[in-house]
Write a new protein. Structure first.
Lengths: 83, 132
């Protein structure tokens, strides 16, 4: 039950990304759309790079925090829930 | 273990993300941003594996042992560093690492995480052969 809830959380988290991508696909198929201006490219690019950097940093931090919270014991055995 | 409905839900999520992962980058990005956009997709697909493993470990009783969750988390951390630091050639390294770490997992964990590993392999495989 808990895993299904987590999967639904993932769906809810990723839905905005999927919606944005579908919007972009629709724009691409619209022949009347003008090409992006330099300013649009600059802004969109900065946003994309920023989002990547932020995601990378937070994901790395999450890994490090989890590993710090679940250290190996001196005898090599695991420590943590269920062990 | 996962019920059939939970497994079906996981597959549906993977298919949804797969459809998003296969679309080309937006046309309004410069080359550096295009690379960032593609790497972001890869990072998110790897995050799914890590998150699922850690969440499974946090269940009562845990569906994934702490040892296994640690293996996956350490692999994930290394993969992120490779993706970020390597100018080129990170794709085959990450592809290989996906196969290697999956092979180290117990059968039950493999069954649990297989859809997410498959998604990550497809996402990484769709990346261009060279940077950009």
């Amino acid at each position: 039950m808990e895993i299904r809830g987590e999967v639904l959380n993932v769906v809810l988290k990723e839905l905005p990304t999927a919606v944005e991508l579908f919007k972009l696909l629709f724009k691409k198929s619209n022949p009347g759309a003008p090409p992006p201006t330099d300013e649009e490219i600059l802004l969109a690019s900065a946003k994309a790079i920023g989002e990547y950097r932020q995601t990378l940093a937070s994901s790395t931090a999450k890994d490090e925090a989890w590993l710090a919270a679940h250290p190996r014991t001196p005898d090599g055995g695991p420590v943590g829930p269920g062990e | 273990m996962l019920t059939r409905r939970s497994r079906s839900t996981a597959v549906a999520v993977v298919l949804l993300l797969l459809s998003a992962a296969c679309t080309p980058p937006p046309p309004n990005l410069n080359p550096e941003a295009t690379v960032a956009f593609q790497k972001l997709r890869v990072v998110k697909s790897l995050d799914l594996i890590r998150d699922t493993a850690q969440d499974a470990n946090a269940q009562t009783p845990p569906l994934v042992s702490t040892d296994v969750a640690r293996t996956i988390t350490e692999w994930h951390l290394s993969a992120l560093k490779i993706i970020d630091v390597a100018d080129a050639g990170w794709r085959p390294i990450v592809e290989r690492s996906l196969v290697e770490v999956f092979g180290k997992l117990p059968a039950a964990t493999q069954q649990l995480l297989a859809p997410y590993f498959e998604l990550a392999k497809v996402v990484v495989g769709n990346m261009p052969d060279r940077e950009g």
